[in-house]
Design a protein around this ligand. Sequence first.
Ligand SMILES: Nc1ncnc2c1ncn2[C@@H]1O[C@H](COP(=O)(O)OP(=O)(O)OP(=O)(O)O)[C@@H](O)[C@H]1O
Ligand SMILES: [Mg+2]
Length: 302
Amino acid sequence: MCDQSLGFGLKEKYQSLDDVDVTVLKTIELEEKRIGIAPLEYLETKRKISYSSLMNSIKKLLDLKLIRSENTSFYGYKVTYAGLDVLALDFYFKRNIISDIGDRINTGKESDIYISILSTGEKSIIKFHREGRVSFRAIKRKRSYNTKNMRSWLHLAERIAKKEYVILGDIWKNGGLVPTPIAYNRHSIIMSKIDGVELYKLKMTDIRTIFNVINDVVKTLTIAYKQVKIIHGDVNQYNILVSNEQIPKGYIIDWPQYVPVEHRDAERLLRRDIEYLASYLHKKFGLDLDREEVLKKIKGGS
Ligand SMILES: Nc1ncnc2c1ncn2[C@@H]1O[C@H](COP(=O)(O)OP(=O)(O)OP(=O)(O)O)[C@@H](O)[C@H]1O
Ligand SMILES: [Mg+2]
């Protein structure tokens, strides 16, 4: 069997679908959300399209690995992460939020990041959440998400994307240095692209830049604590981006694991965030950050 998905990027997969394919994919998504799988008989009765075009679409979606078949109590189909990506892209393109999607710039354990072009011409990024990629149950254990009423990874990934979008907006509106959230759909978010490098790539050449970045990071953590009433919970050298503006700024990214300040682990997590940052700065740049001073600043906001 020829594997049509090989060599096909996300954009090509999206472009190779027609309206019927997208409708069939959406129907599978909805039914999977409702009962956990989209049985073939259901698809046959549900859509006002001929049996042959339904089967053509299903074959295409399977070849492109946008859906997969499963034969448990029913023979049916489930959407893959790639399928969900394509549906989110369809949303962004049809609403003229983006005019193009480019390369994948990062593949993480819990997300894939693509460059996208907004309809205004500006560069942005799309973060596609991938939480269930490790294991849905492991995620439920590890994270503090409320997983009640969440039957599947589809619900979980959507919930996390929305959570990240909303919190970015709250921090950004209060003046914190985070990417500007632009839109979200399903398991994905569009946000402004920070042109720069992660903190771990910064060289010890410009001490002023390093001090500016530390100030920016502490300022954003303070806004998050005082105004938005949350703690990031995963501050590290990969989640701090240093912009390449004339005066470089330090942005904090990757917020979905945040916890509210009233959470029983909040104090411990805040101390841990500060500890990670301080020990990294010490190891890499030989700088000594006064942990208690920073803690006081964040909590007191002065
Ligand atoms: N707004 C942005 N602008 C520029 N680059 C970004 C942006 N958001 C994310 N990135 C890049 O993508 C990487 C991963 O993003 P993020 O930390 O949000 O996802 P993640 O789920 O933590 O992924 P990982 O599993 O790799 O940690 C970042 O380290 C950064 O290099
Ligand atoms: Mg990260």
